[in-house]
Design a protein. Structure first.
Length: 311
């Protein structure tokens, strides 16, 4: 695959610490590790597309570490731990015999329970020459023995961090479009970011998808428009309309995050505690559901049955 055919999310993945778009508190911490030329075992967690993998790869590259990458959702068994991790950990680095090596485990929550349990001893056994970086969307699914042996970094931005990150992302998107000769309206890019943030992977994918004609076109059925239609239907308690809108939502899981981020604007104050409990409960359930669409509809039905008041 040529560079031109690559997904933009991969083509424009950050190559150094300055290019990473993450909260400043995280960037400062990562710069500190790079400056000291060493890292502790790290556990990076947060929602998908938020910069965990990019940050891990920048750290590994900046420290010039020999590494292997394992996908915990694919290589789930204890045999992977024995055959891949232990074999790699037991040999000297090909790059520098004195240099720390790294085992980078993506989607670490996907490991089998046996594999998770075996990691405790492996982390301790090879502490002299191996660093582990785990990344996961669901930190609560990792065992406490793994978590206690890592420095945890929460990549989920706070509301106070949103504005700065979105501004940086707007600049990045505009630069990419200009590099590719794409005609665009800045307000359309801002609307795309507003509807998809903080999932930078989805933003990049939608940016590329909307640019195929040589001019960026924001889809008419944007997530923000669907979300507004959903809230309007919930406010008027028109259940048939709620069901119709849910059918058209491409990413049902994103609704929980969007609703929580805007909860003060869309939910009456008296209903906030109950609404937050419902969002948290159903967001957790969707991690193991068969149909995210049905699960979202069930969550919205729960809100209506509990008389959640929308503004």
């Amino acid at each position: 695959m040529s560079v031109e055919q690559k997904l933009w999310f991969e083509k424009y993945r950050p190559k150094n610490i300055d290019e990473i778009i993450v909260p400043e508190r995280i960037k400062t911490e990562l710069v500190g590790y790079i400056t000291k030329n060493d890292i502790p075992n790290l556990l990076l967690y947060g929602t998908g597309g938020i910069g965990k993998t990019s940050s891990a790869k920048v750290i590994i590259k900046s420290l010039d570490m020999d590494f292997i990458e394992i996908n915990g959702s694919i290589d789930t068994s204890i045999e992977v731990v024995r055959d891949k991790i232990i074999k790699f950990a037991s040999t000297n680095s090909l790059l520098n015999s004195d240099q720390m090596k790294c085992v980078f485990v993506t989607e670490a929550d996907g490991f089998s329970e046996q594999a998770k349990n075996s990691m405790k001893n492996i982390i301790e056994k090879f502490a002299g020459n191996i660093r582990f970086i785990f990344d996961t969307n669901y930190v609560d699914k990792l065992s406490q023995p793994i978590r206690s042996r890592c420095v945890e970094i929460d990549f989920n931005p706070t509301k106070d961090e949103y504005a700065d990150l979105m501004r940086q992302l707007l600049g990045r998107c505009c630069n990419i479009l200009e590099e590719n000769g794409i005609v665009y309206q800045k307000k359309d890019i801002a609307n795309l970011i507003k509807t998809r943030f903080p999932d930078m992977r989805k933003i990049m994918n939608d940016l590329q998808k909307g640019s195929v004609s040589g001019e960026f076109i924001l889809g008419n059925d944007s997530p923000e428009e669907l979300f507004e239609a959903l809230i309007s239907a919930m406010k008027t308690r028109k259940y048939d309309e709620v069901r119709e809108v849910v059918k058209n939502i491409a990413d049902p899981e994103s609704v929980y995050i969007r609703m929580y981020n805007r909860i003060d604007d869309i939910i009456e104050r008296a209903s906030l505690p109950q609404a937050i409990l419902i969002i948290g409960e159903w967001q957790h359930r969707t991690k193991s559901c068969v149909s995210p669409e049905i699960t979202l509809l069930a969550a919205l039905t729960d809100m209506l049955s509990k008389e959640i008041k929308f503004k």
